[in-house]
Write a protein that binds this ligand. Structure first.
Ligand code: IMP
Ligand code: MG
Length: 198
């Protein structure tokens, strides 16, 4: 089987998705149960903190999508959602290129609204810094960050994070929205990638 269909992508990846995730998994870092428990806690906090406010959740594609869909189903107050897409690494790369680009912008006017950015992970901080600066120019009533994972040791730009799921060590992780060369986002847990693939 050829995977992905694009030969150039395939040539740059060290992994073979057709073999499944087991060959690249060092160990499970955060189990499905731990994730679900923590997501429920954060959703309860958000429901409390934003009660009576005009809450807009903005998910950064693609990594944030699993977190968003679990989180929003546990939030008990009315809210809207919208999406942005920001370029990340590309196949074979394990860290940011340093120049994020907006590939998809919002369909919503955020002026005067209570905006909460929902993101999978903050690593160097460069991606979120870029998005926060852009959104701030559109004058939301408030602009906060809800991130599932925080790799604090790698931070290059300071990011104000209001909600953090888990602080994690400096390892490349995948599953629950996070990819290895665009696959394995569907796994219900967060796993550490074996060193030889990092
Ligand atoms: P930053 O700009 O360096 O903070 O990187 C943020 C983006 O890189 C995240 O939104 C993720 O998409 C991606 N990323 C960072 N660390 C990991 C990881 O360990 N696994 C998968 N994706 C990651
Ligand atoms: Mg991301």
């Amino acid at each position: 089987m050829r995977w992905p269909a694009d030969d150039t992508l395939w040539a740059m990846s060290k992994i073979n998705p057709a073999m499944g995730f087991q060959p690249v998994l060092e160990r499970v870092l955060i189990s499905e149960e731990q994730l679900q428990t923590r997501v429920a806690e954060i959703a309860a906090q958000i429901s409390n903190d934003y009660a009576g406010k005009d809450l807009l959740l903005i998910c950064i594609l693609r990594g944030g999508v699993v977190f968003l869909t679990d989180l929003m189903r546990k939030i008990t107050i009315p809210h809207h959602i919208d999406f942005m897409a920001v370029t990340s690494y590309g196949v074979g790369a394990r860290e940011t290129s340093g120049k994020p680009r907006i590939m998809l912008d919002l369909n919503t006017d955020i002026r005067g609204r209570s905006v909460l950015l929902v993101e999978d992970i903050v690593d160097s901080g460069i991606t979120l810094d870029h998005v926060l600066r852009l959104l701030q120019t559109r004058e939301p009533a408030s602009l906060d960050v809800c991130v599932l994972l925080d790799k604090k040791d790698r931070r290059q730009v300071e990011i104000p994070t209001t909600y953090v799921g888990f602080r994690i060590p400096n390892e490349y992780v995948f599953g629950y929205g996070l990819d290895v060369d665009e696959v394995f986002r569907n796994l219900p847990f967060i796993g550490i990638l074996k060193a030889e693939y990092q």
